[in-house]
Write a protein that binds this ligand. Structure first.
Ligand code: ZN
Length: 89
C-alpha cells in the first residue's frame, strides 16, 4: 500500500496493494517515469513517480493476494449394501 496526497486537493490517496500490482504489471517491465493515479476526491489524475509505486509494490511482498482454495473434504463414499434379502416363496 502506498499513501500519497493529491497535488490538487491535498486529499490522501491510498493506493492498495492490488492496484500497485496492476500498475506495475501493466508497465510490463518497462520503467515509465510516472503512472496515473486518480484521486478519489477530486477525480483528477495525479502523476505518481513510478519508482515510488514500484518500491511500495515490492514492499508489499506478494504480487497479488493468494486466492483461497476451497478445502475439499475427502469424504469416503458410504456404500450401503441394500441388497434385498433373498426370499423364496
Ligand atoms: Zn484530489
Amino acid at each position: 500500500m502506498l499513501n500519497i496526497s493529491c497535488t490538487y486537493c491535498r486529499s490522501p490517496i491510498n493506493v492498495g496493494d492490488g492496484e500497485l500490482a496492476l500498475i506495475v504489471q501493466a508497465a510490463e517491465g518497462k520503467h515509465p517515469k510516472s503512472a496515473p493515479v486518480t484521486c478519489p476526491n477530486c477525480r483528477k489524475t495525479n502523476k505518481v513517480p513510478f519508482k515510488r509505486l514500484e518500491q511500495a509494490y515490492k514492499l508489499a511482498g506478494s504480487p497479488l493476494p493468494p486466492e483461497e482454495e476451497p478445502v475439499e473434504e475427502a469424504e469416503p463414499a458410504a456404500e450401503e449394501s441394500t441388497e434385498p434379502a433373498a426370499t423364496e416363496a
